[in-house]
Ligand binder design. Structure first.
Ligand SMILES: Cc1cc2nc3c(=O)[nH]c(=O)nc-3n(C[C@H](O)[C@H](O)[C@H](O)COP(=O)(O)OP(=O)(O)OC[C@H]3O[C@@H](n4cnc5c(N)ncnc54)[C@H](O)[C@@H]3O)c2cc1C
Length: 348
């Protein structure tokens, strides 16, 4: 008989794990609470192949990016909606930075991601800079819309239960786990930052990060590019832009704050010189890990309990590749996980 899986959580991690299992013909059910907020519903959805601080490539970008494009395009096809928007990022550069960008661009593979460094005027109201670096293979995914459509899809297929998962209700019978009458060989926890409350994984090295984001309306700002300088300004249509974000490791709640709003506004005012109004503000908590790598694998003492989490600040780019890895790991015997993402790095 087909092995049965139970997935807890329908953020980007649980959703893409479920989608990969669905494609592979594996049997699963998802349990997810509609009451709890998802980081995936707050995320701007940005993907950027570069890390600007040191001007390096994003970790594993050459592996993750192709799987990312492939997966979201498959989902667009399956669900009949557009979710993935490719948009170049414009990074205003100082004279010193533009020298560094030119050097990088000449290096192997960087040319795939830095399409241009130019001094042309790119639009009204962006505060003066020496030049602009143009990053390509970047853009954003409309995660809230995609996850809503996926939930509907799983619902139609009878594969999702809308419920809070109370850890006390997890039972063990022979070689299976049980939960409210459902039986499975393996339960896979994908609860985002709430994994810190999980009695099996709570003491892993999670270091959740609260983040806040604004939506503004700015009628005169260009909408062709995502701007990035100390914050991102991402056009989402109709002269609206998502702007952020903040990082807070101390106040781990999901409440918006005036302090974060002021912080974002002050950075935005350093970048643009145009009238705008703030029309929305959101807050969420990212499932970040001390070594900033995802966490995949089976609990070393409980062979029926697995985890797929730790997508941190980069769920959009990492989830497709690692959901595929996790599916292979769970379904192909002796499939190796890379040590740097394997849960065993924390559980000696
Ligand atoms: C302000 C902000 C901006 C961000 N911007 C970006 C960005 O631009 N690009 C990017 O790539 N990433 C971004 N991120 C990070 C991104 O949100 C995360 O990497 C990603 O969403 C994590 O997904 P997840 O599925 O692990 O967790 P979540 O999305 O939090 O999903 C967890 C799921 O588990 C469920 N759950 C938890 N506990 C239980 C329980 N006990 N019972 C039942 N269900 C449970 C929840 O209901 C939810 O469905 C941002 C995050 C924030 C906060």
């Amino acid at each position: 008989m087909n092995k049965q899986f139970l997935i807890v959580g329908q953020g980007i991690a649980g959703s893409l794990l479920a989608y990969n299992m669905y494609k592979a013909g594996l049997s699963f059910k998802i349990v997810s609470s509609l009451e709890l907020r998802k980081a995936s519903d707050i995320a701007a959805g940005l993907f950027n192949p570069l890390v600007f601080k040191r001007l390096t490539k994003s970790w594993m970008v050459d592996d993750c990016l192709p799987v990312m494009f492939e997966t979201y395009r498959e989902l667009e096809e399956l669900l009949g909606h557009k979710f993935l928007y490719e948009k170049d990022i414009l990074k205003p550069l100082s004279e010193h930075e533009s020298v560094m960008w030119k050097e990088r661009r000449a290096q192997d593979n960087f040319g795939d991601f830095i399409s241009d460094i130019h001094v042309n005027h790119v639009g009204k109201g962006i505060k003066g800079m020496h030049a602009y670096g143009k990053v390509t293979q970047s853009g954003y995914v409309d995660l809230p819309k995609m996850l809503k459509k996926l939930r509907k899809f799983f619902k139609r297929e009878g594969l999702i239960v809308d419920s809070y998962f109370d850890y006390k209700d997890l039972g063990f019978i022979d070689k299976q786990i049980s939960w409210h009458g459902l039986m499975a060989e393996t339960i896979v926890f994908c609860e985002g930052y709430r994994a810190t409350e999980n009695p099996y994984f709570g003491d892993l090295a999670f270091k959740p990060t609260k983040g806040e984001l604004l939506e503004i309306q700015c009628d005169e700002l260009q909408e062709d590019y995502i701007l990035n300088k100390k914050l991102f300004v991402m056009p989402v249509g109709n002269h609206r832009f998502k702007v952020g974000a903040t990082y807070d490791w101390t106040q781990l709640d999901e409440e918006t704050t005036e302090e974060a709003k002021m912080d974002i506004i002050s950075r935005l005012d350093d970048l643009i010189d145009l009238p705008y109004k703030v029309i929305n503000q959101w807050a969420g908590v990212r499932p970040t890990v001390s070594d900033r790598r995802p966490i995949l694998g089976i609990h070393p003492l409980h062979e029926h309990i697995a985890i797929f989490n730790g997508l941190g600040t980069k769920g959009v780019m990492l989830a497709p590749y690692f959901a595929r890895e996790m599916t292979r790991f769970l379904s192909v015997s002796d499939y190796p996980l890379a040590p740097e993402i394997d849960i065993r790095r924390f559980m000696k």
